[in-house]
Design a protein around this ligand. Structure first.
Ligand code: ADP
Ligand code: MG
Length: 547
């Protein structure tokens, strides 16, 4: 758009603007700063970050995505980097730190080239060429397997970075069991839907009390003490409307002149609930799981019929229950029939810590399982929850794809080596960019070594020498603080995670390199909630109190 014939762009006086090399430099600096901030969390010896918000709530985590999500980032470029981490996390659940530090390093290498007078278009071209080759190399280098012992190693590698209460083996087994339980075959292909694994947490107890449940756990107790605590051969009604009498919108006043009429009125109310429960009973249901409230009177009648009832079940749980038990979610009780009920072998209220929870086990469709995490404090169970969710994702991915690499920086070191020999063949100015890409790849093994307290330069030299000898699975053997065979060690990262991390890093680095102008734009005129940004909101309707 900004061609030579265009009229001069006139910016308001005082509009902040950065152009050309300055814009590029400050963008690169911001991206590098973010990458630097989370570098120390990479790998099993990575440190944790403690994030404190303005009211003093803390999150302690070693997970790149979590740290970046919680960080209060202001710079627009830094935000782009944070987006990469988020995208990586939501697409594959792991490899976020890798994606971010690689993006930071690509930009750092690019900066050196820019300083030498190489144009950023040449650099981005070279990066694109390199990434195309990387995709091919990755397919060649991938190791294939889907047996349980491999899946366990994948889980262990994903968990090893986290301080999940040091019970990695225990959790790895749990994750493999859960993924195997929900794995399905469609058109001859294995598919795993991680959302069929419900991870729930309840603080209290020991980490080892974490349990695997083949079924669903709902964090709710039965509504009435007289209801049975255990229902065998459960026939489950899922109702997403309230078992209450609707309050009228208009405030109604009923005047009663004759005291005996009060009884009539109460009887009427009680009749309504009796009828509701009648309908439920007639369907054959002995368990009612309701997404909304259940009136006291309705509770009473349900208890009288020996029906187990739970109220205010989360919508997401209702959906999982429907899938697992084969029930149809019913809004109108008149639609409740025997065929809309779901089935499970057992519905039971169990005491977990100080709370009571509802366990729905032995479901008609067993492809729904739960993991109930226990652990001393909220921080512990929350970090375990995040770690397990990551491990579930990577194991699911590997179960589906059956392709992975030797970790510990082995794949990055091998890609780096191959890119270097490619660069020599390409020649021209792009050669420099491909070499820069190859150097950037080394950030992963280097950081792993650094974080493990090893000498990064010597380690990298040794690592490169091994790869030149054809030891393509050599990486940073953290357990022994030396360079060694990661395949033997069983440190594995899924292909899909690595590919996504590399692609995300290259994409954002390219995007940032192409920016040569940062101009403050108009503020959006409709701030959410009316409390957007201080000052400058000339278009705001009057009546906003000054603060
Ligand atoms: P990310 O957010 O990128 O997943 P992590 O902190 O989980 O960051 O670290 C992942 C890196 O740590 C991967 O390169 C992985 O291969 C490596 N890694 C994990 N476990 C080990 C191990 N036991 N020895 C060496 N490297 C390991
Ligand atoms: Mg990880």
């Amino acid at each position: 758009m900004l061609s030579g014939q265009m009229p001069i762009l006139i910016l308001k006086e005082g509009t902040s603007r950065e152009q050309g090399k300055n814009a590029q430099k400050s963008n690169i600096e911001a991206a590098k700063a973010i990458a630097d901030a989370i570098r120390t969390t990479l790998g099993p010896k990575g440190m944790d970050k403690m994030l404190v918000d303005s009211i003093g709530d803390i999150v302690v985590s070693n997970d790149g995505a979590t740290v970046l999500k919680e960080m209060d980032v202001d710079h627009p470029t830094a935000k782009m980097i944070v987006e990469v981490a988020k995208a990586q996390d939501s697409a594959v659940g792991d490899g976020t730190t890798t994606a971010v530090i690689l993006a930071g390093e690509l930009l750092k290498q690019a900066e050196t080239l820019i300083d030498q007078g190489v144009h950023s278009t040449v650099i981005t071209n070279g990066f694109r060429m390199a990434m195309n080759e990387v995709r091919k190399y990755m397919d060649e280098l991938a190791i294939s397997a889907t047996d349980d012992s491999t899946l366990r190693k994948i889980a262990l590698t994903a968990l090893s970075g986290k301080n999940a209460g040091l019970s990695h083996e225990f959790f790895a087994d749990l994750v493999v069991k859960a993924v195997n339980a929900v794995a399905d075959k469609r058109d001859g292909k294995v598919v795993v839907d991680p959302s069929n694994i419900k991870v729930d947490k309840k603080n209290g107890g020991a980490v080892e009390d974490t349990q695997f449940i083949s079924g669903l756990v709902i964090d709710k107790e039965k509504v009435h003490p007289k209801m049975p605590s255990l229902v065998k051969g459960a026939k489950i009604a899922l109702i997403d409307s309230a078992l209450e009498i609707k309050k009228t919108e208009i405030e109604a006043k009923v005047q009663i002149s004759d005291p005996s009429k009060i009884h009539d009125l109460l009887d009427q109310e009680s009749d309504t609930f009796k009828k509701m429960v009648e309908k439920i009973k007639k369907s054959g249901a002995n368990v009612v799981l309701c997404q909304k409230g259940i009136d006291d009177l309705a509770q009473h009648f349900l208890a009288k019929e020996g029906i187990y009832a739970v109220r205010r079940v989360k919508k997401s749980d209702m959906e999982k229950l429907a899938k697992a038990t084969g029930a149809k979610i019913v809004t109108n009780l008149d639609d409740l029939t025997t065929s809309s009920l779901g089935k499970s072998e057992m519905v039971e209220e169990r005491k977990i810590g100080d709370d009571r929870m509802t366990f729905v086990t032995g479901c008609a469709n067993p492809k729904a399982v739960s993991i109930l995490i226990r652990g001393g404090t909220d921080h512990v169970v929350s970090e375990i929850e995040r770690s397990l969710n990551d491990a579930i994702r990577v194991v699911s991915i590997t179960k589906e794809d059956g392709k992975f690499f030797a970790g510990g920086g082995a794949i990055e070191a091998e890609l780096s080596l191959r890119l270097k020999s490619l660069a020599a063949k390409v020649g021209g100015r792009e050669q420099l960019a491909i070499e820069a890409f190859a150097k950037a790849m080394e950030i992963v093994p280097r950081t792993l070594a650094e974080n493990a307290g090893m000498d990064p330069i010597n380690t990298l030299i040794k690592l490169k020498a091994e790869h030149e000898k054809g030891h393509k699975n050599y990486g940073i053997l953290i357990s022994e603080n030396k360079v060694g065979d990661m395949e033997k060690e069983g440190v594995f990262d899924p292909l899909r995670v690595k590919r996504h991390a590399f692609e995300g890093a290259v994409e954002v680095a390219t995007m940032i390199l192409r920016i040569d102008d940062v101009i403050a734009s108009k503020k959006s005129s409709a701030p959410e909630g009316g409390a957007g940004g201080p000052g400058g909101m000339g278009g705001m309707p009057g009546g906003m109190p000054p603060y």
